[in-house]
Structures are given as C-alpha cells and as structure tokens.
Design a protein around this ligand. Structure first.
Ligand SMILES: NC(=O)c1ccc[n+]([C@@H]2O[C@H](COP(=O)([O-])OP(=O)(O)OC[C@H]3O[C@@H](n4cnc5c(N)ncnc54)[C@H](OP(=O)(O)O)[C@@H]3O)[C@@H](O)[C@H]2O)c1
Length: 360
C-alpha cells in the first residue's frame, strides 16, 4: 500500500517485564503497524533506574538489542556504552513524542508532568500516579494526551469501555469485579483445600506475588485499581472511601518476609473456616472489589459458585459495569488480567491511539 508514513518518537521509562516485551513487540510488529496505521514507532530513549540511552533520530537496533539483552531477567542498563544519567530525561522530551511509564514507581510523577508540558503524549502501565490523592491524580487522569488502559485488567479494554459509556450519555452506577490474578490464584487454591500458608508460599515460588507477598495480600494493589475504575467512572473517590480487607493479620505486618512466611501458618485455620462457611452456602470465596459513587469495599466475598466471579481461574479477571442502560445485566469484560504479552500489547494499543489523536 502506498501511503505516507509518520514517525512517532517513543520514550521508555522502565525496561522490565512490560518495557522489554513492549520494545520487542514494537520491533517485531513495525511492518504491520506501519501498513495498518501509517505510523512508524521509533524508540528514541530507553531508561531504567541506572540511566538513559538516547538518540534523537532513533536508537539503532543494535543498541536496542543490547538493552533488551542487558535487562533480561532483572538486569539493568548500567554497563551499556553511552549511558546518560536519568536526570538527563527532561532534555529528551519533545512535542509529538510519546513517553511510556512502564515502572511501578511513584518517582516518575514529575517526569509525567514535564512530558505533558513539553507536548508529549503519556501512556501509563504504572498505577501509582493515578491512585494517590485525587487533587494530584486529576491533572494526569483528565489530560487528553494521557492514556492508562493497562493499569486495570491488563489488555482488557475496560477504561476505554468506561469512556465509551460516559461519552454516549450513559451513567455508570456500580462497578464490581475481580482484578487480581494473584489473589484469584490464592482463592482457587484455598477452595481446593490447600492451606493458606502453603498457597501463599506456592504463589511466591511461582513468581505470582511480589518478593514480599504482603504487597499483594494487603489488597492495596486491588484498591488502587478500584480507585482508577471509580475515578474513570466520574467519581472522585479517595483511598479512605474504600474499606480494604487485607489477607493477613496486622500483627504480622512488621515481620521480616521470612518470619512472615513462617508465621503465615497461624492463619491457616481461620481461612479453612471461611472457605467452609462459604461452601456451606453453596458459594466460593473471591477477592472482590465493589465500588459505587459513594465509596466501596475490597475484600474476600462469598460469591455464587456458578456465577462469573465463582468461575474465575488463574489470572482471570472479570469486571462488570452496571449503568443506567446496562441493568440488570451489566456490561462485562473477562479475560487474562496479567501477563507480559497482553499487557505490553495494551500499552502498544494506547500508544497508537494517542499518536493518531495527537495528529488531529
Ligand atoms: N506484569 C503484568 O502483568 C502487569 C499488568 C498490568 C500492569 N503492570 C504494571 O506495569 C508496570 C511494570 O511492571 P513490570 O512487571 O514490567 O515491572 P518490573 O519488571 O519491575 O520493571 C520495572 C522497570 O522500571 C524501572 N524503573 C523503576 N523506577 C524507575 C524510575 N524512577 N525511572 C526509570 N525507570 C524506573 C526498573 O528499573 P531497574 O530494573 O533499574 O530497577 C525496571 O526497568 C508496573 O507498574 C505494573 O504494575 C504489569
């Protein structure tokens, strides 16, 4: 097809699981993307905490391959030639470029503002900038050149669906779902009769949890996602308006990770009892987020075994949007809520939409 191809400079903030996979996808899908969209994505900068590689006209493929090789398996860019300090990042921002925040860091917020002020687009995989106080999150979340689809449900188009509902004059009234693959795994294991401590140890060994499993068990990550869904629905909720049930006792909060893993067996009996109580009602336990304009709850909930939440397995997510038009049956999305390939592809989709939007 003969068409004009427009180059879009891309800046990577973070080259871990998602950043590395996205870079690989961009290199592998260049021809298809150019043919279908008329856009050629050109990585001009890649950064991690050790520093920044930059070339105004696009980093050579040899450099990008070396960056992918160096960061595979948790390594950093530190030893690569030409590395600049991370503090040089503001100087590489330019109008029309798209910066992707593929970190899990609160420290990127000033860079995100600098990028938007410089006329860049911004795509987030990082939830943290959107889940703090609303006064701080609002200027980012409501900016026309910022997209954040994968912050909830990975590649599932839930944010886009919320925007579509609101743009067409519908009114979201209730959001309910399971948005943690890790806690979904834990619930399924509890249901199978695996003791809590063993299920947590397995999830950790399989790499499903953060190195400190309490980061997942605290429910904070689910609460952040619930807040993002709520705010996208137009409800400017704060974290304190969500009642969050952690999946460990607060007396275990100050222990070292290893001491926590040992002490976790003291919680086994309590969870056996809760599973049995749910089963006695013909139900199963799931870690459910439920939000309305007034606030919400995040925690273990007994749900119908044969319902959409009860049927979830593994990293499966399910999000139901109840609206003025979609009731009593909600508009529901279901599918993998984690995974490098689907998440990176979701970021890629956001980049392409933003690039087209910014050209209008
Ligand atoms: N994995 C999934 O399925 C999934 C799904 C949806 C959303 N997400 C989100 O995607 C994000 C990335 O996840 P991941 O699994 O790729 O994490 P990861 O493997 O830990 O990678 C994070 C990357 O960010 C870099 N980084 C950290 N702080 C930075 C800073 N201040 N400036 C520049 N770079 C910085 C890290 O550099 P160093 O290595 O040098 O520390 C690393 O390259 C997270 O916010 C996660 O919640 C992930």
């Amino acid at each position: 097809m003969n068409r004009n191809i427009r180059e879009v400079p891309i800046i990577f903030l973070g080259l871990g699981n998602i950043g590395g996979t996205l870079l690989r996808q961009i290199l592998e899908t260049r021809a298809t993307v150019a043919e279908r969209t008329g856009l050629r994505l050109v990585p001009i900068a890649v950064a991690d905490v050790s520093g920044l590689l930059y070339a105004a006209d696009g980093l050579p493929e040899t450099t990008l391959s070396a960056a992918l090789e160096a960061t595979r398996g948790g390594g950093t860019l530190a030893a690569l030639p030409g590395l600049r300090p991370l503090s040089a990042l503001p100087s590489v921002l330019r109008p029309g470029a798209i910066l992707a925040d593929l970190t899990a860091s609160p420290k990127t917020v000033p860079t995100l503002h600098a990028a938007l002020n410089a006329g860049c687009g911004v795509v987030l995989a990082n939830k943290i900038p959107l889940a703090g106080p609303w006064a701080e999150a609002a200027p980012l979340m409501t900016h026309p050149y910022l997209r954040y689809e994968v912050t909830v449900g990975a590649g599932l188009p839930v944010i886009e669906t919320e925007h579509y509902l609101r743009d067409t004059g519908d009114c979201i009234t209730l959001i309910e779902g399971c948005v943690s693959g890790t806690l979904g795994y834990l619930c399924a294991e509890l249901e199978r009769g695996v003791p809590y401590s063993q299920a947590v140890a397995q999830a950790r060994a399989l790499g499903y949890t953060e190195p400190d499993p309490r980061d997942d068990l605290s429910g904070k990550d689910v609460a952040r996602k619930a807040l993002i869904l709520a705010r996208t629905a137009g409800w400017s909720l704060e974290e304190q308006q969500l009642a969050v049930e952690p999946l460990y006792d607060k007396t275990l909060a100050s222990l070292s990770v290893e001491a926590f893993m040992t002490a976790a067996s003291t919680l086994d009996e309590g969870y056996v009892a809760r599973v049995a109580e749910a089963q006695g009602q013909g139900k199963v336990l799931r870690y459910v987020a439920r939000v309305t304009p007034e606030g919400g709850t995040v925690g273990l909930t007994a749900v119908e075994r044969d319902g959409p939440l009860g049927a979830l397995r593994g990293p499966g997510n399910y999000i139901a949007l109840y609206t003025t038009r979609y009731q009593p049956l909600p508009l529901a999305l279901s599918g993998p809520g984690a995974g490098r390939e689907v998440t990176a592809a979701g970021v890629l989709g956001d980049i392409l939409k933003l690039a087209r939007q910014m050209a209008m």
